[in-house]
Design a protein around this ligand. Structure first.
Ligand SMILES: [Zn+2]
Ligand SMILES: [Zn+2]
Length: 345
């Protein structure tokens, strides 16, 4: 089978890997013929830097963790799914034994097996065996592209949940990549009163406005923080940081209103980021950190089934896996033309 593997920094190759030996997956597992994989900021971190913090890619690794496809075969004991079902995948396999798993915070499991990172091949390949309980059936009328988008939507859902977001609150979204777009789409559907986005790329600023932000500011403008505050009548109730940019993180305290909250989702390329602690302290800014998502896939499916969110309009590019080298090069160099890229198989 074909698989897109990262061999080193900016070295992604379309490799031919052996097909699974058995014609059925192990007991309790589903074999999925992958049809769509979203390209994510974290895939680009591995591509550009070869690592995310201390998670270092040391051997050729199949990237991709935002995946949807079709069930090709099922193992013994699988009852919920059958061949031909269209499905989306929860990308992390937690141990279910540690205190975090037992306490319902499976995304914090230190033994988690997360697809598309060091030691765990991801979804940019034709066939993938995955535990049945981490595979969900897509509702009728939802295509594979939307199925792949449920993973970033899940991160947005987890982040808004952590932050205690309530209908009627105002939101500032820093960084309008795929997570930022999902946050805007979800916050709008959840009753955000006013939303402002901050994003350097003009196409993405336009997208933020299309999705419901009343303003999208360019951080190249010197006074963007003051303008964001003014537009949100004194600052955001909730700031959602989705860029990982150190300047954006340092600006959270200025964009939030006094007594406001922030949730950080963006992954910085740096190992240290500085901010003015006095601004955070004086406003008693509550800062949450979000790591991936925590069993949000069933709720994401409910959101898409009822069409509370529209994930289709977030996608700007669809590129077949045969052109994966070009896809990564484009995502790396020409981000200004791209809102979300889906690799198709
Ligand atoms: Zn992702
Ligand atoms: Zn665990």
């Amino acid at each position: 089978m074909l698989a897109a593997r990262l061999h080193g920094i900016r070295d992604i190759r379309l490799d031919s890997l052996p097909d699974p030996k058995e014609d059925r997956p192990p007991a309790g597992h589903v074999r999925v013929r992958i049809r769509a994989v979203g390209l994510c900021g974290s895939d680009l971190h591995y591509y550009r830097e070869g690592r995310i913090a201390d998670a270092i890619i040391r051997e050729p690794t199949v990237l991709g963790h935002e995946a949807a496809g079709e069930v090709a075969a099922v193992g013994d004991g699988v009852t919920r799914l059958k061949p031909g079902d269209a499905v989306a995948l929860e990308p992390g396999i937690p141990c279910m034994k540690c205190e975090y798993c037992q306490g319902g915070r499976q995304n914090l499991c230190s033994h988690i097996f997360f697809m598309g990172g060091p030691g765990c091949d991801g979804a940019l390949r034709e066939l993938l065996d995955w535990p049945e309980q981490l595979v969900e059936k897509l509702p009728g009328g939802v295509d594979f592209d939307e199925g792949a988008m449920l993973e970033p939507l899940g991160v947005a859902l987890h982040a808004l949940g952590l932050s205690g977001f309530r209908a009627g609150e105002s939101v500032a979204v820093l960084g309008v990549g795929s997570i930022g777009m999902c946050v805007i789409e979800l916050a709008r559907a959840s009753g955000a009163s006013k939303m402002v986005a901050v994003e350097p790329l003009s196409l993405r600023r336009q997208k933020a406005v299309d999705l419901g932000c009343c303003r999208a500011l360019d951080p190249a403008r010197k006074n963007w923080r003051e303008e964001a505050r003014k537009t949100l009548d004194g600052g955001a109730d909730l700031v959602v940081e989705c860029s990982g940019n150190p300047d954006a993180i340092a600006s959270i305290g200025t964009v939030a209103r006094c007594g406001g909250r922030a949730v950080i989702i963006g992954i910085p390329a740096e190992d240290a980021v500085s901010f003015n602690p006095h601004i955070w302290r004086r406003s008693e800014l509550a800062v949450y950190n979000c790591r991936r998502s925590n069993r949000t896939l069933p709720r994401c499916i409910a959101l898409i089934r009822t069409r509370c969110v529209n994930l289709k309009k977030l996608i700007s590019h669809r590129i077949p896996i045969k052109e994966v080298k070009e896809a990564f090069r484009l995502a790396d160099e020409r981000a200004e033309d791209i809102t979300k890229m889906i690799i198709t198989l």
